[in-house]
Design a protein around this ligand. Sequence first.
Ligand code: ACO
Ligand code: OAA
Length: 497
Amino acid sequence: MAPLLRIILRNVSPRAGFAAARFASTATKHQTLKERLAELIPAEIENVKAIRAEHGKKSFGPVLVDQVYGGMRGLPALLWDGSVLDAGWCSLYFPTYFSFFGLSLSSSPHFPPAFDVMQLLTMSYSIEYLHLFSEEGIRFRGKTIPECQELLPKAPGGSEPLPEGLFWLLITGEVPTAEQVTELSKDWAARAAIPEFVEELLDRCPTTLHPMSQFSLAVTALNHDSSFAKAYSEGVSKKEYWGPTFEDSMDLIAKLPNIAGRIFRNVYGKGKVPEIDPTKDYSWNLSHLLGFSDNHAFVELMRLYITIHSDHEGGNVSAHTGKLVGSALADPFLAYGAALNGLAGPLHGLANQEVLLWLRKMQDKIGKNASDEAVKEYVWSTLKGGQVVPGYGHAVLRKTDPRYVAQREFALKHLPEDPLFKLVGQIYNIVPSILLEAGKAKNPWPNVDAHSGVLLTYYGLDQMQYYTVLFGVSRAFGVATQLIWDRALGAREYYLV
Ligand SMILES: CC(=O)SCCNC(=O)CCNC(=O)[C@H](O)C(C)(C)COP(=O)(O)OP(=O)(O)OC[C@H]1O[C@@H](n2cnc3c(N)ncnc32)[C@H](O)[C@@H]1OP(=O)(O)O
Ligand SMILES: O=C([O-])CC(=O)C(=O)O
């Protein structure tokens, strides 16, 4: 049985966070992200040392055979800094005077061991609050999506959070100033150009090659100019790994709009890719490269979309893959290229494409204003055909995904009368009870992918095979954050039996 214990595990984000560093110092208004990060790292290294010295030999509990066969669901062992996923029915948070320790209890088999952990923690941490049966789903550095929408800086005239602010929050645990976010926008615009050979590589792809394959190909090729790979080959000290990893991560995020824009224009015959505007924010530029920047609501949608898709704890396929590949000291481009290949699976990020295809097929079969009865029959025929209902269910969540809710609110504000949006609402009233009746899915509620494609379609971006590329632009924020912190804290490489 010993090898079982060495299986890597999903769904815990127990990192005593940045309160310690915040206690010692506070970000100054003019600091860059890298300067602030450099200040935070030493305290965090000490924090991890202290946790390991005190708790290193304690156990999170047994590993069940079912969990090993069940895709490692509910096993708490994967460190993830940026976000914690709360299943929607049970979550414990332990903020203390010097640290934040978030433990997500994500599935029932894990419940008893989790209580061991609770005891373990209460032995040495003062609990300021503990909330059970909470409803938040994802929290970015402890902040829910509505809190991020409220607290993060906005563009002039905009009401959705700027993803630049979310990235700052993921990296530092702090809400940035508007000035810091503007500097980040400028920095990313300055780094946005992609090498000519990557442009050529994309231009030579057949238009029939799936946009996600092109995306991963181009991201992988960026490794040609990796600061980390260069520094490593020149013998950089372990202690300095995080610096070139940070530079690569910033380059990666900055270059994604140019890659995504080029793929979109090549595949769908939309002409030459325009220049990045260095005075504009990241989402405006992404929208511009896709040809939608004159539509203010679409740009706002991109700001929301990139913010909410950025990070979802470490157990999902893309995040986990990025961390795993990065743990062998592959540079961020190689690690993220691998992550994108996982995101391209239909049970993960590609589900947003699958949802639209499924909706279109449904409309072809039963018409555009079908009755509830006809929709029910169509859903049953999907299940009876041995297929999944795309956009429904989740490995961790046990409630409607708050990212679905955020997108629904956006739709209610901007496109309340859209027929496809209404169909999504109709399906919401039908699918959960059918999935419950079918008796297999542990979570009958919709996930993020059930809604995103409908919004994009409304604004004219109806090339559904392309949708997961946008998801991939966003997910880089979370994966990059973890790669940087893993290098800063000297995370060990994974070892699978
Ligand atoms: C960004 C994201 O990645 S969000 C997820 C996007 N993916 C989708 O929307 C695809 C549809 N959903 C699914 O396939 C699943 O719910 C997943 C992959 C998301 C989660 O999988 P799991 O954690 O294994 O779900 P769960 O434990 O509930 O599965 C139990 C059974 O219910 C089935 N099930 C789960 N969700 C659904 C669904 N939406 N439709 C039909 N059956 C489902 C599973 O296929 C499984 O069947 P099996 O026992 O025959 O293998
Ligand atoms: O968390 C998961 O398993 C899948 C998901 O919703 C995401 O990665 O955004």
